[in-house]
Design a protein around this ligand. Structure first.
Ligand code: GLU
Length: 453
């Protein structure tokens, strides 16, 4: 067990105890709740009615949780059974909004942790979207296109009845990209006989998708990291950067860091990491990961020279000034954080959802490393999904430049609101507190206005 990064205020301990009791074994969910509750002590002290009205307890309970069987037939004619989830967490700010994750590790508790984070992340964007998340323990790795299509069709055959542009709007996450969104939307359209473009985001550009949505999470992460640097009088220019992962978030984070003048020297996947001191060759990485769907060791094989592949190693051993964890939850622990601090890292910004363990966050905060939590840093993805919904609603299609500009503006606004909220509570520089307090307050106030819901 890692040490918690925060201690929960006495006034809120009963809430956390109740969450533990009612959700046994859901460690990631407990961790996500603990992280938010850890920030809310000063907020409820200033606004005691949140406690009296039991807003936090209400938010710890999803509005609706759907679990379903997903039967499908593989290429060998064998029946396969997976489990599908959609946790519709909060709809006070808009329709449930959040991605679908297809990965063998997905359990109900995983989806609940992601859904819980999503509520506050979406609130921080300032756009009218509620919070939800879904997915399946289906593993797309090694599956043919035809298998992925049959799985997606079976998944949507159950899920469609819970969705709608005004009800619940999924998108991608780990294991769900453009290919899966296409199969899911196609099946939704067939079953409902409606071309309801705003029912899912991350669509292809020819059929209702938004420009810059593919790039948005990675670009947004770097826009936020850049604001963090500027806030302390620094910049990303000339910085040595490590980005973990090599999926959608990592690839476009690497692209944007390079545009800002930084050098990304390492990237990874679940098999290990590569170090390329000349800077990661993005054309090769994109081809390997987005087209050929290869392991990252191929990168080193094809580059040769001094490029190294470290099998099963820890990417956080690679010295860097800026660290962007963009792979998955709990990928950066206390020990890795200690290594980063020792190596002089001064900014850590979470491109993935909850990639740093609570112990790691504590190490960063104690060492005065600027630490940006995922719910603020990676909000650019879902924000651009909301821009896609806007374009769908007005039957419009914006230019890349306009969409990217909106994204940049949203990320700057999130940074501003996180920083000013932290300052307002006398915790300057505490991005964890600022994000939790600002996100929670927006949701709680809307909820109270609507009565006991
Ligand atoms: N899965 C992404 C996230 O974690 C995007 C969700 C969306 O676009 O709805 O925020």
């Amino acid at each position: 067990m890692t040490t918690p990064a925060t201690t929960i205020d006495r006034a809120l301990q009963h809430v956390y105890k109740e969450v533990l009791r009612r959700n046994p074994g859901e460690h990631e969910f407990h961790q996500a709740v603990e992280e938010v509750l850890g920030s809310l002590g000063p907020v409820v002290k200033r606004h005691p009615h949140y406690l009296a009205e039991r807003v936090i307890e209400r938010l710890c309970e999803p509005e609706r949780q759907i679990i379903f069987r997903v039967p499908w037939t593989d290429d060998a004619g064998q029946v396969q059974i997976n489990r599908g989830f959609r946790v519709e967490y909060s709809s006070v700010l808009g329709p449930y909004k959040g991605g679908l994750r297809f990965h063998p590790s997905v359990l109900l508790g995983t989806v609940k942790f992601l859904g819980f984070e999503q509520i506050f992340k979406n609130a921080l964007t300032g756009l009218p979207i509620g919070g939800g998340k879904g997915g399946s323990d289906f593993d797309p790795k090694g599956r043919s296109d035809a298998e992925v299509m049959r799985f997606c069709q079976s998944f949507m055959t159950e899920l469609y009845r819970h969705l709608g542009e005004y009800t619940d709007v999924p998108a991608g996450d780990i294991g769900v990209g453009g290919r899966e969104i296409g199969y899911l939307f196609g099946q939704y359209k067939r079953i409902t006989n409606r071309y309801e473009a705003g029912v899912i985001t991350g669509k292809g550009l020819a059929w209702g998708g938004s420009r810059a949505r593919t790039e948005a999470t990675g670009y947004g992460t770097v826009y936020f990291a850049n604001e963090m640097a500027r806030h302390v009088g620094r910049s990303l220019d000339g910085q040595r950067v490590v980005v973990s992962g090599s999926g959608n978030v990592a690839i476009y984070a690497i692209e944007k860091v390079t545009e800002f003048g930084g050098t990304v020297v390492a990237a990874s996947d679940s098999s290990g990491y590569v170090v390329d001191e000349a800077g990661i060759d993005l054309d090769l990485l994109k081809d390997l990961k987005e087209v050929r769907r290869e392991r990252i060791s191929r990168y080193a094989e094809e580059k040769g020279g001094d490029v190294r592949f470290v099998e099963g190693g820890n990417i956080w051993d690679v010295p860097c000034e800026v660290a962007l964890p963009c792979a998955t939850q709990n990928e950066l622990d206390e020990e890795a954080a200690t290594t980063l601090v020792r190596n002089g890292t001064h900014i850590v910004a979470e491109g993935a959802n909850m990639p740093c363990t609570p112990g790691a966050v504590r190490v960063f905060q104690e060492a005065d490393v600027l630490f940006g939590p995922g719910k603020a840093v990676n909000a650019g993805g879902v924000a651009t999904s909301a821009l896609e919904m806007q374009q769908n609603a007005s039957r419009d299609s914006w230019s890349f430049e306009h969409t990217d500009e909106r994204l940049g503006e949203i990320m700057r606004n999130i940074h501003e609101s996180v920083v000013t909220t932290a300052e307002d509570y006398g915790r300057p520089g505490d991005y964890v507190f600022g994000a939790n307090a600002a996100g929670f307050t927006a949701v709680a106030d809307a909820m109270l206005a609507m009565g006991v819901i």
